[in-house]
Write a protein that binds this ligand. Structure first.
Ligand SMILES: [Zn+2]
Length: 378
């Protein structure tokens, strides 16, 4: 049996098309238990996240890299990482990922995490590019705009934020659902909606963009840039209603944008990986990844990663870690994708269903080239 694809997948440099920054400063146990889950609450009855799929895999795969024995106890693991400190754990784990280019979503809890350019300084020779979150731009200008000037103020703020970015991100799934009205709202509708939203956020400590009309407006503003727009799809924290995060709910929006020069990047996709694969086959501007499914599903992740290449063309599947905060998540997300994709391609080559030359080409596409094309990376 050949090992060629397995070995290549283990070592190929990666473009991570969706990740966040690493948390600054050392991480206390209570914070660790929350960052290592999509839940907003700690495990009940004194139980720990270390006994969930991601925690089990952390104690199996990350422990030896931190000088611990494989499958060590939760307390052994945490006290070792605490003693080393977050910065040191980052310095150990991030270079082992083989990520060469990070596309960093800078719009989530950005006060407390490394900026895109800081992410690129941890491993020599790596690059980071920014992805701008549409809702965060609107929230940032909420205190400095009016209903009448919202349209021009948002256009200006987005242009400024997008200056050095390679794409946009929409969290429509969190703020409304993917079953949004696909029509572009009229100027009058946007002005009226801006008045409603600004009155609402005037009493909020932190403005939150959740007005259905404005969410559609800012999305269509991004479409005008004819670049890549990422959509959060599927699972996420307790803000989402899962069945409204099925990407087939936005089929009409995909139909309307098919000829507009935009690339729609479906991120995460769990458990709608097959639905996303279908959309990526049917619509030429749709792509998918299984970011975070890798680490959150732990030992079961090969099944989900395999679903991502069931139907979508090989030119439409991308790698991402969707890691946030903990360096362990970058390592695990990368490692499980490398192992699973290497085994899938090797199996197809061994069965003589795919030529080895093709398999090597597809591996490189999924690891790098598809991202380079969709985000027009230089
Ligand atoms: Zn994410």
């Amino acid at each position: 049996m050949s090992q060629r694809l397995i070995d290549l997948a283990a070592s190929i440099p990666l473009t991570d098309n969706h990740c966040h920054g690493v948390v600054r400063g050392n991480v206390e146990r209570a914070d660790f238990e929350i960052i290592a889950t999509e839940s907003d609450w700690p495990e009940p009855h004194g139980m720990t996240i270390f006994d969930s799929p991601v925690g089990i895999m952390m104690r199996s795969l990350c422990a030896p890299l931190l000088g611990l024995s494989k499958h060590c106890s939760p307390d052994e693991y945490f006290s070792r990482r605490y003693q080393l400190g977050q910065a040191e754990v980052t310095k150990i784990l991030l270079p082992t990922t083989g990520i060469e280019t990070f596309l960093v979503d800078s719009g989530f809890k950005s006060d407390n995490v490394l900026l895109p350019q800081e992410m690129a300084t941890i491993t020599p020779g790596t690059k980071a590019r920014e992805i701008v979150r549409l809702e965060t731009v609107a929230e940032g200008m909420a205190r400095h705009t009016t209903a009448d000037t919202f349209i021009t103020d948002y256009a200006d703020a987005l242009a400024l934020a997008a200056k050095d970015a390679v794409g946009f991100k929409s969290v429509m799934a969190y703020r409304y659902g993917l079953d949004f009205d696909p029509d572009r709202p009229t100027k009058a509708e946007v002005t009226k909606a801006a008045g409603e939203w600004l009155a609402e956020v005037a009493t909020q400590r932190t403005p939150r963009m959740n007005h259905p009309v404005l969410l559609r407006h800012i999305l269509w503003e991004a479409v005008d840039y004819r670049t890549a727009i990422q959509f959060h799809v599927g699972y996420g924290d307790s803000d989402i209603v899962m069945h409204r995060c099925d990407p087939t709910q936005m089929t009409e929006f995909l139909r309307r944008t098919v000829d507009l020069g935009v690339s729609i990047m479906l991120l995460h996709c769990y458990p709608f990986v097959r639905e996303s694969g279908y959309l990526a086959q049917v619509y030429p501007h749709v792509y998918l990844d299984t970011g975070a499914a890798g680490h959150w599903t732990g030992l079961s992740s090969p099944t989900i990663i395999a679903e991502s290449v069931e139907m979508a063309p090989m030119s439409k599947v991308l790698f991402s870690s969707d890691a946030f905060g903990l360096p362990e998540l970058y390592y695990l997300g990368t490692h499980v994708w490398r192992v699973a994709m290497g085994k899938i391609l090797q199996k197809w080559v061994d069965a003589d269903g795919m030529g080895e030359k093709d398999a090597i080409k597809y591996l490189n596409w999924m690891a790098n080239e598809n991202a380079r094309r969709a985000y027009r990376l230089l």
